[in-house]
Design a protein around this ligand. Structure first.
Ligand SMILES: [Zn+2]
Length: 408
């Protein structure tokens, strides 16, 4: 178990223990269910910088070599991408002369858009071999590997500096964030902008989103923790915005420490808000496990009452956070018949830890399913729109956070 903070290397204090859970990406064929591996999972907070993080390390190769999440599958995600690119072109002059590098470029959805719309030079890096086929189809040059400072030296040799380095939902996943920041710094000059998107600790705390705390999500970030990372690696945050992603994320624009970019004063407002709700007090996190337990009880009670009334319940969204929630709350075939998910890579397989069959949402039928527990609750609006027919025929959707309730 990890005892030292990933940002400042001071001591970690344990605040939450989920015992052993299966990895959120470990989907199984039926005959493999018996051999499901489970790994300890506990959460700690740094005594000094108060960065909240996972204490157990699983070999990243196990987590990301076969990745079941495709960027291009979610409509909301496509919207976030085009919104980001508009900002980059308006505020930071993304254009056909720009060079754009994306870390964890996944299926190449973002870079494809950059290439088609802005005609820039693009390069991606991603460890998932299975996604290479998709990025090849998108004609995006992709290095199949993890990004690191070492790797950045080779990239710099071959391609030089980049005007934009983008890491969406990467920093939260990395066991050594300082190394990523150092590597990106190596690819930047005084005009470069580094964009990151991370789930915001403020939302995680306020809405009690403990389902975000699974092995793939290693660190839970605030503006303060991002500023700490920047300071350690000669960078600075120049702008920030809150975005509707992963249940509430922040998008930070970062430059070299000595660049001419001025710091937007908005950043201080964000920092003050984080401080005022107590995100950097130990006491806040010492009480977190009680908040988690209360939510667990509420969700179980909610489902039990439906079962007593002989209602049929299934779930929607075989997402990483969903598998953590089901495992921690011990919701399996005792409550759920099936789980529906649009990803063809997941359909026909069984969910990690809880072993529920995953089925194509086109089979959702209000005659057979009274309630759908929405595990990808951050996409509630998008999924409700998509499941209009089900809702119209009196099917109900349960949103588990902040407290379990019926979607209206
Ligand atoms: Zn620390």
């Amino acid at each position: 178990m990890k005892k030292k903070c990933r940002i400042c290397y001071n001591k970690l204090i344990s605040i939450l223990n989920f015992k052993k859970v299966a990895l959120s990406g470990d989907f199984l064929k039926k005959n493999k269910i018996k051999n499901q591996k489970r790994y300890p999972l506990s959460i700690g907070v740094c005594k000094k910088c108060k960065h909240v993080q996972i204490q157990n390390i699983v070999n990243p190769k196990k987590l990301f070599n076969f990745y079941e999440w495709e960027t291009g599958v979610s409509r909301s995600n496509i919207n976030l991408i085009s919104d980001l690119l508009k900002n980059l072109s308006k505020n930071f002059y993304l254009n056909k002369k720009s060079k754009v590098f994306e870390i964890a470029s996944n299926d190449g959805s973002l870079l494809k858009e950059v290439k088609n719309k802005y005609k820039s030079f693009v390069l991606g890096i991603d460890p998932a071999k299975n996604l290479l086929k998709v990025s090849k189809k998108n004609q995006i040059k992709t290095i199949v590997d993890f990004f690191s400072y070492e790797k950045s030296k080779k990239i710099k040799n071959e391609f030089g500096f980049f005007d934009f380095c983008i890491a969406r939902n990467v920093i939260a996943h990395t066991p050594n964030p300082n190394d990523i920041f150092k590597g990106v710094n190596n690819l930047m000059n005084d005009k470069s902008i580094f964009v990151i998107e991370v789930p915001h600790l403020e939302s995680i705390y306020k809405d009690n989103q403990y389902d975000n705390m699974f092995h793939e999500h290693i660190g839970f970030h605030s503006i303060r923790s991002i500023e700490d990372l920047c300071k350690k690696n000669d960078l600075k945050v120049v702008d920030v915005e809150k975005i509707d992603s992963q249940g509430g994320s922040i998008r930070c624009y970062i430059s070299k420490k000595n660049s001419k970019f001025k710091k937007n004063l908005k950043i201080n407002l964000f920092l003050n808000k984080e401080k005022n709700i107590g995100l950097f007090k130990l006491k806040t996190w010492m009480n977190f496990s009680e908040k988690v337990n209360n939510h667990k009880k509420k969700l179980n009670k909610f489902l039990k009452e439906l079962k007593i009334k002989k209602k049929n319940i299934s779930a929607y969204g075989a997402s990483g956070k969903g598998h953590l929630l089901l495992q921690v709350c011990q919701i399996g075939s005792n409550f759920l018949d099936n789980i529906y998910d649009k990803s063809k890579l997941k359909q026909g397989k069984y969910t990690p830890g809880t072993h529920i069959k995953i089925i194509d949402p086109k089979y959702i039928d209000a005659k057979k399913i009274d309630y759908l527990l929405l595990l990808s609750w951050n996409l509630a609006k998008e999924i409700a729109k998509q499941e209009k027919k089900y809702l119209k025929e009196n099917g109900k959707i349960i949103v588990p956070f902040p407290n379990p309730h019926i979607f209206k």
